[in-house]
Design a protein around this ligand. Structure first.
Ligand SMILES: CC(C)(COP(=O)(O)OP(=O)(O)OC[C@H]1O[C@@H](n2cnc3c(N)ncnc32)[C@H](O)[C@@H]1OP(=O)(O)O)[C@@H](O)C(=O)NCCC(=O)NCCS
Ligand SMILES: [Zn+2]
Length: 247
């Protein structure tokens, strides 16, 4: 079976520049302006500029010809969906047929791009300040909680975010997001090779691949793809892509 190659584009909120704003569409510019914290604004700007540039490069079109539709799988099943567009961005316009996933945390912005296969990416800053104790019950099954308890204390926070990144990557691949239920998705221990062990939902995908990504010290990241094919990655040259935009 031919492997699926997913291209990863890594960037930083420090890559933000006024020129990137020109790449955003009016809805994106409006959302960008609504963020109060500069760090959030910059992560959003870099992620969305990067998405347009990478998709345009892949589709052989201009960034302005790239459009997105947003899909919330949880709303699609509900009688009272939230009226405004939200959820997983799906490339449209000249970039139709490509799939992406966006994630940002701390100093990392991540875009995953694949042809014709839904992907989910998640990067998480390993943050000792966050009250992970309160999140453990929400995120982990009883068996996973037991496994995390056996991780040495100084690696436990990292282990928790390892679980979180893997599970969220899976739920972003399907488009469920957190409403798909992190605890319903069972993954291997955070210091073991990544694998899906269980998915307690009637809407679980038939085929899925999961791998960890190296986001550097202080971060955990993962990539999921809804495919039976082996999953491989390569890395795009973000500096060249963003550098070509006039500053
Ligand atoms: C949206 C969500 C998946 C984001 O996760 P996060 O760790 O906070 O943030 P990340 O940076 O990793 O991911 C954010 C990106 O995920 C994408 N995204 C949003 N909803 C998504 C979904 N349902 N599936 C896949 N991707 C989604 C967006 O591109 C977003 O980036 P953007 O806001 O810059 O466009 C998660 O916060 C969530 O599911 N929240 C609950 C939302 C909710 O209530 N959903 C039900 C609404 S009716
Ligand atoms: Zn929704």
């Amino acid at each position: 079976m031919t492997a699926l190659t997913c291209r990863l584009w890594w960037a930083s909120p420090d890559d933000a520049s006024p020129a990137l704003l020109d790449l955003l569409d009016p809805e994106e510019r409006e959302r960008h302006a609504r963020f109060r914290a500069r760090a959030d604004r910059d992560r959003y700007l870099v992620a969305h500029a990067l998405a347009r540039l990478a998709l345009a490069r892949e589709a052989g079109c201009e960034p302005a010809e790239v459009a997105f539709t947003l899909h919330c799988r949880s709303c699609e099943r509900r009688p009272d969906p939230r009226p405004e567009p939200h959820g997983k961005p799906r490339p449209a316009g000249a970039a139709a047929g490509l799939e992406i996933s966006i994630s940002h945390s701390g100093e990392r912005v991540l875009l995953a791009l694949a042809h014709g296969v839904a992907v989910g990416a998640d990067v998480e800053q390993v943050s000792a300040d966050r009250d992970t104790d309160g999140l453990v019950d929400y995120c982990l099954s009883p068996a996973e909680r037991g496994d995390l308890d056996r991780v040495p204390g100084d690696r436990r926070t990292e282990g928790f975010f390892g679980y979180w990144a893997r599970k969220e990557a899976l739920l972003k691949a399907t488009g469920d997001g957190l409403s798909g239920g992190l605890a319903a998705v069972g993954v291997s221990g955070p210091f073991e090779p990544a694998g899906v062990l269980a998915w307690d939902s009637p809407d679980a995908p038939e085929h899925v691949r999961l791998t960890d990504l190296d986001a550097g010290p202080g971060y955990r990241a993962a990539l999921a793809a809804l495919t039976p094919a082996p999953l491989t990655t390569d890395t795009g040259d973000t500096a060249a892509l963003l550098g070509a935009v006039r500053r």
